[in-house]
Ligand binder design. Structure first.
Ligand code: NAD
Ligand code: IPM
Ligand code: MN
Length: 355
């Protein structure tokens, strides 16, 4: 098939991990006879430096025309002055809003070989396989903000429609998994959470074949550490989802491993690792590219409907982890390039085995 993929490397380790994932996409295209066209665009701090804004119109235009968007990470100390007029992160938020990608899928699994990297006891990690569905275009991230010298506010707003569509997505996804949905809110304090809970309860009645429960977010933060294997699909609002998924990354062993897919009603999805620009290791070739490579696999599955190709990338990553070729965040010595080459070699080995 022919596909047009917008590539937004961004800042810090973004360009390093995106280059690795593009190599993997090229290899998959070649093996399966697809024609992928990559259009590279500026976003984040790099775009502020070049064009004075974090999401230049040409970038947004290219993303809208693309079948899918692959993004590295944005932000860094250079653009983090609290008094700065514009921040790299605003570009990412504006892109999510413009593409209407309200459902952010963040799968978390624990590879047995990496279980000893987690601060948790190994026996608690057996069977961990959680899909977080984070609402991505509403809540405190997009509410009105005010600021005077003496006070500041961030409005949290959700409409029934915003809650319904992401919660339905979560229930639908649970039917392809273990049919268990946990909805996370703070309904004992927040009015938006009470609306969230009421709406989820109503939608859950449409899915009698799916088990569902409510949890309060503070308690959920603890339950994720005490019984992580008990969860299947976890659906929650934007801010809670941001926090809980970084927490969940500690189960998997490293933030560098976790991919994400952000989906709306249209085909154009946005794919990015959940980690940031990692300024502490940027430019050194040390970043773990697997979260971005696995995001590229999600891109093939969700935007291009190339399921077999997605699965082959996931299997290649599994075999690399099993072989013990690991980046520093996973306790190994491999660099970004070596890790990408190991994934490419695993893909080539699959091809030889199939021939
Ligand atoms: P971070 O995710 O960039 O880094 C947190 C820690 O994890 C660091 O020690 C880093 O070295 C490590 N890490 C992250 N990704 C890694 C990888 N692939 N391989 C190995 N180690 C990895 O979070 P932060 O330091 O809090 O934020 C840095 C900047 O990134 C901030 O400007 C923040 O706003 C931005 N950020 C962007 C995104 C995004 O673009 N989606 C996500 C999170 C943070
Ligand atoms: C993420 C990041 C972003 C978020 C920031 C960079 C705006 O932390 O993708 O998880 O909070 O959504
Ligand atoms: Mn985050």
């Amino acid at each position: 098939m022919k596909a047009n993929i917008a590539i937004l490397p961004g800042d810090g380790i973004g360009p390093e991990v995106v280059a690795a994932a593009v190599d993997v996409l090229r290899a998959v295209a070649q093996r399966h006879g697809h024609q992928f066209t990559f259009v590279e665009c500026a976003v984040g701090g790099a775009a502020i430096d070049a064009y004075g804004e974090p999401l230049p119109p040409a970038t947004l235009d290219a993303c809208r025309k693309a079948d899918a968007v692959l993004l590295g990470a944005v932000g860094g100390p250079k653009w983090s002055d609290p008094k700065a007029k514009v921040r790299p992160e605003q570009g990412l938020l504006a892109l999510r809003a413009a593409l209407g990608v309200y459902a952010n899928l963040r799968p978390v699994r624990v590879h047995p070989r990496l279980a000893n990297l987690s601060p948790l006891k190994n026996e608690r990690l057996a069977g961990v396989d959680v899909l977080f569905v984070r609402e991505l275009t509403g809540g405190a991230y997009f509410g009105a903000k005010t600021r005077t010298a003496e006070q500041a506010t961030d409005e949290t707003k959700y409409t029934v429609e915003e809650i319904e569509r992401v919660v339905r997505r979560a229930f639908e996804l649970s039917r392809t998994r273990r049919r268990h949905v946990t909805s996370v809110d703070k309904a004992n304090v927040m009015e938006t959470s009470r609306l969230w809970r009421e709406t989820v309860t109503r939608i859950a009645a449409e899915y009698p074949d799916v088990d569902f429960e409510h949890q309060l977010v503070d308690s959920m933060a603890m339950l994720l550490l005490t019984k992580p294997a008990a969860y299947d699909v976890v659906v929650t609002e934007n801010l809670f989802g941001d926090i809980l998924t970084d927490e969940a990354a500690a189960l998997a062993g490293s933030l560098g491993l976790l991919p994400s897919a952000s989906l709306g009603e249209d085909r154009t999805g946005l794919y990015e690792p959940i980690h940031g620009s990692a300024p502490d290791i940027a430019g050194q070739g040390l970043a773990n590219p697997l979260g971005t490579i696995l995001s590229a696999a999600m891109l093939l599955r969700h935007s291009l409907h190339l399921d077999a190709e997605a699965t082959s990338i996931e299997a290649a990553v599994e075999s690399v982890l099993a072989s013990g070729e690991l980046t520093r965040d996973l306790g190994g010595k491999a660099g970004t390039r070596e890790m990408a080459d190991a994934v490419l070699a695993a893909l080539a080995a699959q091809q030889r085995a199939a021939a």
